[in-house]
Design a protein around this ligand. Structure first.
Ligand code: ADP
Ligand code: MG
Length: 357
């Protein structure tokens, strides 16, 4: 098993830059998730690691070997795609073992590896079936089995669960987490789904426009997003972002954003007076509070049983989402007052970057 390093990695298609200088260190055994909106370059980056795309600039290392010019099959990686691409006329057993057969692996070794992989994936009872006799989740397990028998140093997954329905995705997510634990393998996983990223990753790499926005554990990204992009991308429902200004009043930082006015318990050091600021408040931070600084008209109420999602229109017509614990009976069209802990807000400067803390 091996770690992986990217140094100033660039990719252009013709003269269109798609990956714009990525630096990344992945430790042996880590589960790393590349997440970002469609078209941000996740697959391209993964395919460059796999050797399926040329590297325009920079260096990719797997273990202590630079692999820029190494053939895909010699890199010690195995890739699992969204489309399983199984051979329809072959049994599961033969599909899983096909790569080994091509590599002239002796029959007994092949048999042992196929059965081991089937055991890890809990699909020993499926080995005799054809792909058409499998569910979507079972087919994806066969595709993963094909990767496992190659005993790669690094597993690469490109949106492997996108073709599955929601319930099955949750099951497969847990299976992948277990597989990662059982195999003690380095895994890089691409998804546009921030919930998948949050639940699977040791380390999340948020990409936008071919540039890494932030690298960190799920909670680091949630608790301290580096910029407005990460703030809006990680967390569900999305963080509310209100735009406004701040000033010092009685030695306290006063923020006025979209008509919401409050004072921060302690002022971040780096602010210039009167500057523009974006205020970020997670929906779960709100609570009903008659004296709270957020007042508006209820637009929409969603009862989820364990919590109540409320959409509120503020005086200046901007809207926020609040998630209140439990079952709140709020009427559409009624007035509501919300409070929040000023110590739990996020502030971003005019450049979109987080203002410490
Ligand atoms: P993601 O996987 O994050 O959705 P991709 O890595 O597939 O994004 O694509 C990143 C960008 O590169 C997109 O704008 C896409 O249109 C472009 N792109 C991908 N592959 C090619 C290609 N073979 N030729 C030209 N442009 C490409
Ligand atoms: Mg993709």
């Amino acid at each position: 098993m091996a770690g992986l390093t990217l140094r100033s990695v660039y990719k252009n298609y013709g003269d269109v830059p798609v990956i714009k200088g990525v630096d990344l260190d992945i430790q042996h055994g880590e589960f790393v998730v590349f997440v970002g909106p469609s078209g941000c370059g996740k697959s391209t980056l993964l395919r460059m690691i796999a050797g399926l795309e040329d590297i325009t600039g920079g260096e990719v290392r797997i273990g202590d070997r630079v692999v820029n010019d190494v053939e895909p099959r010699d890199r010690g990686v195995a890739m699992v795609f969204q489309s399983y691409a199984l051979y329809p006329h072959m049994s599961v057993y033969d599909n899983v073992g096909f790569g080994l057969k091509l590599a002239n692996t002796p029959k007994d070794v092949r048999d042992r590896k196929i059965r081991e992989a089937a055991k890890v994936l809990q699909m020993e009872h499926l080995l005799g079936r054809k792909p058409a006799q499998l569910s979507g989740g079972q087919r994806q397990r066969v595709a993963i089995g094909r990767a496992i028998v190659r005993q790669p140093d690094v597993f690469l997954f490109d949106e492997p669960l996108s073709n599955l329905d929601a319930a099955l995705r949750v099951d497969m997510r847990m299976e992948l987490a277990r597989l990662h634990h059982d195999l003690d393998a380095t895994m890089i996983y691409v998804t546009h789904d921030q919930v998948e990223a949050m639940t699977l990753a040791d380390k999340i790499v948020v990409l936008n426009g071919g540039i890494v926005q932030q690298v960190g554990s799920p909670l680091e990204l949630y608790n301290a997003p580096a910029n407005l992009f990460v703030a809006g991308f990680i967390g569900s429902p999305k963080m509310n972002l209100l735009t406004g200004q701040f000033d010092m009043v009685d030695n306290q930082l006063q923020v006025v954003a979209d008509g919401v006015s409050f004072r921060l318990p302690k002022a971040p050091g780096t602010l210039a007076r009167g500057g523009a600021v974006t205020l970020g408040i997670r929906p779960h931070e709100f609570a009903l509070d008659a004296a709270g600084p957020v007042k508006g008209i209820v637009q929409l109420v969603e009862q989820l049983g364990n919590e109540t999602v409320v959409r509120v229109r503020l005086d200046n017509a901007s809207e926020i989402t609040a998630v209140l614990p439990g079952q709140e009976t709020l009427k559409v069209g009624s007035t509501v007052s919300l409070g929040f802990d000023p110590g739990h807000v996020h502030l971003f400067g005019a450049d979109g970057n987080r203002i410490s803390p």
